[in-house]
Design a protein. Structure first.
Length: 282
């Protein structure tokens, strides 16, 4: 028994550099060698997946990028997962950005999936309209006359020269809207000024902190499900059957939490044993 106590005391007094090293490894290893941890799919993520899966092949999807580098770890994996699913179903994707940084996020996502993974045809399979300043005014512009708002795409092509833009004039010409949102302007503005007034189905993926703002619209049925932060992104990766960045990040987060909890438990046991013996805890 004394040997066990001495072992716990020794473990509880482990040098803090070793603690940092072990916690660092618990984060690094799942990122380098992805580990498929059990992921329970929420009803909201399932609703998003079902809504997109039920769309007719070749549907026209407006995908709006409203996030930047600071929220990229949470939302960008959603963008990648969405593009993989939508392109697999032969849908036409129309990208745009309400945030300046969203332009770069959209370009990165399209390059990874449409160009590098699938080698799709720009102007036929997808188009990136880019960023326009104006917040709600931009959403209203898309709702009323998208060609007046955007005359060219991000590559400098006139919209009338792109086959994918045939028949696209306003929000009524889209079959679905998806908002990748980290704040204002974002999901709520799309709902209030475009999709709800014109009865266009929409869904959203947002940061964990924004979920409570959007959830009432999800519960009312105005927004079809929600991908909530990094867990939502990992759940969506599970649903489409392609583990990605979010799955790896969730594994790293989980293993780091386990390591920290173990060290907390060991520290408390050591404190209790040394206090019982009347020793000074250090």
């Amino acid at each position: 028994m004394n040997a066990i106590k001495r072992l716990f005391i020794k473990l509880g007094n482990i040098n803090r550099q070793w603690i940092f090293f072990i916690v660092g490894l618990s984060v690094l290893i799942p990122l380098i060698y992805p580990i498929n941890i059990p992921i329970q799919t929420s009803v909201h993520s399932q609703t998003v997946y079902e809504a997109l899966k039920d769309l007719d092949e070749g549907s026209r999807i407006l995908l709006s990028f409203e996030y930047g580098p600071s929220t990229k770890p949470e939302i960008h994996p959603m963008a990648i997962g969405l593009l993989r699913l939508l392109f697999d179903k032969k849908h036409k994707i129309y990208g745009m950005a309400l945030w300046p940084d969203g332009l770069f996020m959209s370009q990165e996502a399209f390059k990874q999936v449409a160009d590098n993974e699938l080698n799709l045809s720009y102007g036929n399979d997808y188009v990136n309209l880019g960023f326009k300043p104006g917040n709600e005014a931009v959403v209203k512009g898309v709702a009323s006359d998208i060609r007046q708002l955007f005359s060219k795409d991000t590559k400098g092509n006139k919209l009338e020269s792109l086959p994918i833009m045939d028949g696209i004039n306003n929000i009524k010409d889209f079959d679905f809207v998806f908002s990748l949102s980290a704040g204002f302007p974002g999901s709520k503005e799309w709902l209030q000024f475009a999709t709800d007034p014109h009865q266009i189905p929409m869904s959203t993926g947002c940061t964990s902190i924004q979920v409570t703002e959007v959830l009432p619209y999800v519960e009312s049925g105005q927004i079809k499900g929600i991908l909530a932060g990094m867990p939502g992104a990992a759940e969506f990766e599970k649903l489409i059957g392609i583990p990605g960045t979010a799955t790896g990040l969730m594994a790293a987060q989980s293993f780091a939490h386990v390591a920290i909890i173990i060290f907390i438990i060991l520290g408390n046991i050591t404190y209790y044993l040394k206090r019982k013996k009347g020793q000074k805890y250090s």
